[in-house]
Write a protein that binds this ligand. Sequence first.
Ligand code: UGA
Length: 447
Amino acid sequence: MFISVIGCGYLGTVHAACMADLGHHVIGVDVDESKIKELSAGRPPFFEPGLPALLERAMASGRLRFTHDVAELARPGGGERTPWVHFVCVGTPQRKGEFAADTTYVDAAVSALLPHLAPGDLVVGKSTVPVGTAERLSARISDRVPGAMLAWNPEFLREGHAVTDTQRPDRIVYGIPAGPGAARKARDLLDAVYADAIAAGVPVIATDYPTSELVKSAANAFLSTKISFINAMAEVCEAAGADVTELATAIGHDERIGPKFLSAGLGFGGGCLPKDIRAFMARAGELGADQALTFLREVDAINMRRRSRMVELAREVLGGSFLGRKVAVLGAAFKPDSDDVRDSPALNVAAQIKLQGADVVVTDPAAVENARRTWPELQFASTVEEACERADAVLLLTEWQLYRDLDPHVLGTLVRGRTMLDGRNALDPAAWRAAGWTYRALGRPRV
Ligand code: UGA
């Protein structure tokens, strides 16, 4: 297949490399020239486990290249033309001052593609968009290039697992055009793109545009709700002196509930869940279905309350004031195995504590550079030892394995006060208490 991938962020870069690895011929396009320079040299411009090796292999195959100039998609005329499949993988951030998603980049990507489309080509949207976007874009495409088609193919990959999630997704969803001829052609092209995964038994759900768009919004809304549910239970556990981690294990044994996404703690952040539930509420409002999603306001509120609770807990263990105290923060990324700091709960807490007068030093195995750019007023350290030296309290806010494995005895020799606040319920309270630490966590009893 001949494939282009428009937008080389976390989603697009991994998608492009995986497609080339499968044997397709792929051009990745991004307007950011510095990113294209890095990618063309085989260097991913962000941290993602498994991606460097995959990118190297794909580049060496000669089937993957990157460009900042979408005009490179223009091909010489004449002869039988193989249809192209163009994946749109650009971001849809939250609009400033509003809940709604900003689809400017998706519209711009389609506008850039239009001059290069030919009848039989397929544009495939992967970005998370408000329901109704595909219908609108499809009309634009067929008005300009009759015979060119649009499909919507939402992406469910998680950062930190992006390569395996792309190679072996748990499902593939196609939103395909309504007419039978176009539906068949679009489906055949997508089946050819994903032939490997389909042969391995990955289920395909082919549906209409709005359902495919809503599948993604609904999935992220459900995941956010599950996390906020367990965090609401953590609030009740704190009030009642109960342990939310044991509660989660117990309810997770019920197959109808399941154990995943029941880790109570600082809650969800990142470039997807927070903005996606807000965009979903905004879109439902536009459609006159706002009441259906008012519960997502509560999901968002519970999530944000966890950050404030963490700050309160830190102030409490430090005797009621941050002034003159040193706080070490372990973790800056919104989750482990990522260098993404978009809406990072860890940095949000670190910044609030800093604003309240503490001397805050943040460390992270991968995200320090990104964090420094976003929060230049915070101090950063490259190692746990440097961050924790003479700290009055240590806050574990992103559960990297490195931090789960910390030895409380060794760390105890570096700090000024043996106080550990575990914002991710990632440590063994008994081991830390036995080593002389005051251990506190969200949703767990104090002793
Ligand atoms: C999320 C979805 O999980 C993906 O399926 C989706 O494709 C992606 O958004 C997207 O829309 O692009 P991601 O943002 O990479 O993926 O991260 P998650 O693994 O979902 O974690 C999100 C946040 O929830 C993190 O801050 C994590 O620490 C937090 N979390 C997760 C919890 O607080 N508790 C849990 O039990 C699980």
